[in-house]
Design a protein around this ligand. Structure first.
Ligand code: F0G
Length: 459
């Protein structure tokens, strides 16, 4: 009999204990955290699926490389190692290191956008949208039609609606300083973008003379999906696919906290010399000198090795299959999820799960609180709290298009029994879903409110 189980392709050398807790304790903790899981102490969480960002486990090779970190202020050895490793996958002329992805976004939008501009994206992530809006520009999402059918399977639900992009550029070309494509599409369910779609977007941008930038956080997972699902790519390596994808772009932003397999770090890249000069000037002002950009030499080393490891196919096979395992098992029990499961996360359709709640009773928050109470699992709402349009003057709120709860899987951290535990807990909550009530917001910040908002149960 052939063995079908795909094992974690690593052994565990260092362990980090999980502190067990009781339901009573968690009831108290979540109340004290004003029902916002961001306000919990991580020690009070059993399985932390809040994010896959910066939460991965590093390899022995990464730790060894960190000891070789060169902490010279300018021109350090670690910088050159970092730059070489980045350019192997991201063949852009200028690489500019930053402390994380949003710092790259802030620099990019600061030098390219002005008030009144429009930035189209398949779907902006929260920090991307906030950084565009902070410049007074408008962040426009153009997801493909398939992405709206939450429960339907489609191989590339992360694609951009190219017809919508073409008509936007026909009408508003002068207001568009750049187009972005987020791979994989995080807010849209962790769904990949096909190479054909990247190429089509590239053609339209070229025709209009607009630069295309890739939000590359999960580029390796996206490239692996292309290898699995798109005709003509089965025989190519993930690194080759990543390079081809980047070749259609003029630059990128990257959070190395995801597919850099590091706990901190990022970069932006461009082929445009003048843009690079302006970006470096701003970098020096707020991040650091261009050969470290807010990172220690040892962080540059960890990323350099992480980028080599993340494109290894044994790793990616395990990564994609283990995320799929979680999605498959809860979906089989009837739990509505975004199909198919994404690369880094499974997205529960909280609106359908808690069908008796209205969008502005925040079903994603209700489900997050319940999963924490039930089993100490922490997940994140991607719905109206994160993305509703809120008008501070009138207090009026328009719901987001979808109410999702994201279970993001940290890289190389949890084993299959942890995930089995998560599956059981979700199914338990599913069985008593009708008893779960909604929430209202009692405090919120003017932007990125989900991080600090405070809630109260409606009953
Ligand atoms: N772009 C995307 C698509 C992201 O998912 C993130 C971060 C960023 C940019 C910003 O990168 O955190 O390094 O500043 N996403 C995390 C998440 C926080 O949980 O999905 P950063």
């Amino acid at each position: 009999m052939a063995i079908k189980t795909i094992i974690e392709p690593f052994r565990i050398k260092a362990v980090e204990p999980i502190r067990m807790s009781t339901r009573e304790e968690r009831e108290r903790k979540i109340r004290e955290a004003h029902y916002n899981v961001f306000l919990l102490h991580a020690d009070d969480v059993l399985i932390d699926l809040l994010t896959d960002s910066g939460t991965g486990a590093m390899s022995a090779d990464q730790w060894a490389a960190m000891m070789r970190g060169d902490e010279s202020y300018a021109g350090s050895r670690s910088w050159f190692r970092f730059e070489e490793s980045v350019k192997r996958l991201f063949p852009f002329k200028h690489i500019i290191p930053t402390h994380q992805g949003r710092a790259a976004e802030r620099i990019l939008f600061s030098v390219t956008c002005k008030p009144g501009d429009i930035v189209p994206n398949n779907t902006h992530f929260d920090t991307t949208r906030a950084n565009v809006e902070y410049r007074g520009a408008r962040a426009v999402d153009l997801p493909c039609g398939e992405s709206r059918q939450t429960g339907e399977r489609h191989p590339f639900k992360g694609n951009m609606d190219v017809a919508a992009l073409a008509s936007l550029l026909d009408e508003e070309r002068a207001a568009v300083p750049l187009v972005m494509l987020t791979i994989t599409n995080n807010s849209g369910g962790g769904q990949p973008v096909s190479m054909a779609n990247v190429r089509a977007v590239h053609e339209i941008c070229k025709r209009h003379g607009v630069p295309l930038d890739i939000d590359a956080c999960r580029f390796a997972e996206n490239a692996y999906f292309i290898k699995q699902r798109e005709e003509g790519y089965a025989g190519k390596s993930v690194a080759e696919i990543a390079r081809e994808l980047m070749s259609y772009a003029d630059g990128c932003t990257m959070s190395a906290k995801k597919d850099g397999l590091a706990n901190i770090g990022g970069f932006l890249a461009t082929n445009d010399e003048e843009l690079a000069r302006q970006e470096r000037d701003l970098l020096i002002l707020t991040e650091g000198y261009p050969t470290y950009g807010g990172l220690a030499g040892r962080d540059l080393e960890a990323i350099a090795v992480g980028l080599d490891e993340v494109v290894q196919e044994d790793y990616l096979r395990y990564r994609i299959v283990s995320t799929d395992y979680l999605g498959k098992h809860i979906a089989e029990a009837g739990v509505p999820i975004v199909q198919p499961p994404g690369g880094h996360a499974v997205y529960i359709d909280a609106g359908a799960f808690l069908g008796h709640l209205k969008s502005l009773e925040y079903p994603g928050i209700a489900l997050a609180v319940e999963l924490y109470r039930e089993a100490g699992i922490r997940a994140v709402e991607i719905g109206s709290v994160m993305f509703a349009h809120y008008d501070p003057e009138t207090g009026e709120e328009t719901a987001a298009e979808k109410e999702l709860l994201r279970l993001a899987i940290p890289r190389r951290v949890y084993t299959q029994s942890h995930i089995d535990f998560v599956v059981e807990a979700i199914i338990d909550v599913w069985r008593r879903r009708e008893d779960i009530s909604g929430y209202r917001i009692v405090y919120q910040a003017p932007f990125l409110r989900h991080f600090t908002a405070r809630f109260e149960p409606l009953t």
